[in-house]
Ligand binder design. Sequence first.
Ligand code: PLP
Length: 452
Amino acid sequence: LDVVRAVEPRVADAIGAEIEDQRASLKLIASENYASPAVLLAMGNWLSDKYAEGTVGRRFYAGCRNVDTVESLAAEHARALFGAQHAYVQPHSGIDANLVAFWAVLSQRVESPALRRAEARHVNDLSEQEWAELRAELGNQRMLGMSLDTGGHLTHGFRPNISGKMFEQRSYGTDPATGLIDYDALRATAREFRPLILVAGYSAYPRLVNFRLMREIADEVGATLMVDMAHFAGLVAGKVLTGDFDPVPHAQIVTTTTHKSLRGPRGGMVLCDDALAEHVDRGCPMVLGGPLPHVMAAKAVAFAEARRPEFQDYARRVVDNAQALAEGLLRRGATLVTGGTDNHLVLADVSGYGLTGRQAEAALLDSGIVTNRNAVPQDPNGAWYTSGVRIGTPALTTRGLGTAEMDEVAELIDTVLRGTTARVSGGGEPSKAQYELDPALCEAIARRGADL
Ligand code: PLP
C-alpha cells in the first residue's frame, strides 16, 4: 500500500479501511466472497495495460501473445471445470455476460439481413437507417424469465435493465403455498407465450432448480434455454449441484459471474455448446469493450483453484453452513421463504420481527453483520423497503467458519432483530426506514462477530 500511498494517500487509506471492515464484520452478502491472494495478485499487474480486442489468435491489436496465453488458459480451465464445449472468458461482469448471451442467441436464431450486416462491421459504423432495420428485424423477440419478486435478476428482461427494452418479457414465479418454482404454471406460460429465450437462474431463490425439466419445457416451445448461474456457479464447480441440477449439460448457453460463490475476480463468463460458440465469440466488440487481460489471468488462476479437490469440500461446506444457519434461525422463531435452503443462501422474511427489510439490513449493519435487504414473494413493502433480508454463506465459509459458528451467527442475527423496533411517527404509523436499537447491544454483537 505504500506505493499507492505515495501517490494518493486517500486511496491507500480507503483500501486499508476496506480490509479492516471486511475483517471486523461478518460478511453475509450472498453474492460476495474473498478471492485468494493468488487471484488478487494475478489481477494487479501489467497485463492490464494491453488492448486485445478479438479472440485468441485473431486480435485487432499487435503484441497479444501473453494475453492469448492467459485467455486460453482461463477458457481451458473453465471448460474442464464445468464440462462445457466452449468457454468465453472476456465478459467484464455478469450483466455483460448476459448481453453477450442474448446477442448470441439473437444472432443464431433470428434470420436478419440487417444483423448479418452489423456483424460484418463495427456497430458504430451502422447508419441510422441500418439501425432502424436492425431494430425492426430483431424487435418483438420474447424472453421468459423468473420474476424479480421470486428471486429473478434484473437482466432477465426487466425494465430497469436494457434486457427489458430489448425483449418483450414475461415472468414465471413460485407457488405461493410452497415458495418453490411452479413448473406446471411455467410450462403453461411457455406454451402460450412461446419465448425465443427461456432464462433460468436467480439472485434470491434458496432452492434447487431442475434444469433437465427446464430444457424439456424450452424444447417443447422452441426456446433456447439460457441459465444464469451467477449465484451458484461455485456449487456447480464444486460438484454439489449435479445431474438435473447442473445447468451445463442441459442448457444451450450458461452465463455466470466469476466473483460470487466461484471465488474468482470480479467478472463474467459465458459457456455454450459448439453451435453457439461463433456467435458468443463476437461478444467483443459487438457488446463488450476490449477484454481485461489482467482479469482473465485472475480467472485462469481462480478456475485452476476451483479444479482442486479442496474446492469441492468448500462448496459442500457452503451449503452445510447455509442449512445450519437456516436451522438456527428457524429454531429461534424466524420465518424463511420456502422454510429453508438447498443452496448458499437463506431468505428471511423479517415482518415477524415488526421490521422492513431496510430496517433489518441497517440494524444488522450497525451490529457488524453485513446482509442485504431483498423482496420476498408478493412483497407488501415493494422493492425499496422490502420485507426480507438475504443471507449467504460463501464468504464466511472461505474464512473457515463451520456449522457450529453458523448457529452462533443465527443467534446474533436473531438477537439484533428482536432488539430492533420500528420508530413510530407522531401519527402512530410505524416507519419503514427509521428504527430504535440500543447502541450497547450493537457493540456487544459486533465484538462477538469480530471474534468469530
Ligand atoms: N446475474 C445474476 C443472477 C446476478 O445475481 C447478478 C448480480 O448480482 C448479475 C447477473 C450481474 O452481475 P454483475 O454485477 O457482475 O454485472
